[in-house]
Design a protein around this ligand. Structure first.
Ligand SMILES: NC(=O)c1ccc[n+]([C@@H]2O[C@H](COP(=O)([O-])OP(=O)(O)OC[C@H]3O[C@@H](n4cnc5c(N)ncnc54)[C@H](O)[C@@H]3O)[C@@H](O)[C@H]2O)c1
Length: 259
């Protein structure tokens, strides 16, 4: 379905070669945006860019590297002329008992799930500020946190630290950037069927089918979200319809936060 809720806007999405980021890239292009897919997955990113056509472009970017973040933003501006939206979405799973986490894992998980988002945000701000000054619609930053950014469960501590940190970032940065008309929000999806799901299931039950059954039973609506459900939430936050929304971390959870 084609529409124009993001007509004329330019977005950079990290981790857009797969899963939730890919669903957001597809929806953004369908809604009239031009999209830069920034990912370490060269094959997946290039495939998606060519599937989406001239309104999408892929840039190889490891968002844990400051220089790569700067280069991705420069690429977006060179390719499409400006930047209205950063969706900082790239992340990686981790589950396991806290006392067994080694330094290498500690640093890697925090690097991918938190430092990457911070570095890409810093890299994008000059372009977002320029664009926000040029249009009454302003600019927008959206993070993919998680329901683990608002709630917690055992054996997810390291991932939970990072996702809670993004919710804190949204609150502080939204206040800092409000005078510049840059809105800052997050989506907080519950477990969703993407390639990442396979990493989470063993933490919940030995049998994957049993883990899925238990997961569904925790959702008041009785079903898990699709990637498109998160894409719908990101689309809303990115669109001008959300012009009064900032500092919000929005659950996409079928009612779990209400419990
Ligand atoms: N799937 C879920 O259940 C779920 C739930 C809540 C939140 N999330 C969050 O959603 C986001 C996307 O996850 P997903 O489920 O789509 O997973 P996914 O594995 O399908 O996609 C993650 C993407 O990020 C990319 N990536 C990884 N490290 C990167 C790096 N250093 N720089 C740039 N790109 C990198 C990967 O190549 C991949 O394309 C993550 O932040 C994740 O924590 C996922």
């Amino acid at each position: 379905m084609m529409s124009d809720r993001l007509d004329g806007k330019v977005a950079l999405i990290t981790g857009a070669a797969s899963g939730l980021g890919r669903a957001v890239a597809e929806r953004f292009v369908a809604e009239g945006a031009r999209v830069v897919i920034a990912d370490i997955d060269e094959a997946g990113g290039n495939w998606l860019a060519s599937a989406l056509g001239p309104n999408a472009a892929f840039v190889h970017c490891d968002h844990t590297e400051s220089a790569a973040c700067d280069a991705a933003v420069a690429f977006a501006v060179a390719e499409f002329g400006k930047l209205d939206i950063l969706h900082s979405n790239a992340g990686a799973p981790f589950t396991g008992p806290f006392r067994e986490i080694e330094d290498e894992t500690l640093e890697r998980v925090i690097n991918i799930n938190l430092f990457g988002a911070l570095k890409m945000t810093r890299a994008a701000l000059p372009a977002l500020e320029r664009q926000a000054a040029a249009t009454p619609a302003g600019a927008s930053l959206i993070y993919t946190s998680s329901l683990q950014g608002l709630k917690a469960k055992p054996n997810f501590s390291l991932y939970t630290v990072c996702k809670h940190a993004l919710v804190g970032l949204v609150r502080s940065l939204s206040l800092e950037l409000a005078p510049k008309n840059i809105r800052v929000n997050a989506v907080c999806p519950t477990i969703t069927e993407t390639p990442m799901l396979a990493h989470f299931l063993p933490g919940m039950a030995d049998d994957p089918a049993e883990a899925m059954k238990r997961l569904r039973a925790t959702v008041p609506l009785g079903r898990l979200p699709e990637p498109s459900d998160t894409a719908s939430a990101v689309l809303y936050l990115a669109s001008d319809e959300a012009r009064m929304m900032t500092g919000v971390s929005l659950p996409v959870d079928g009612g779990q936060m209400a419990m």
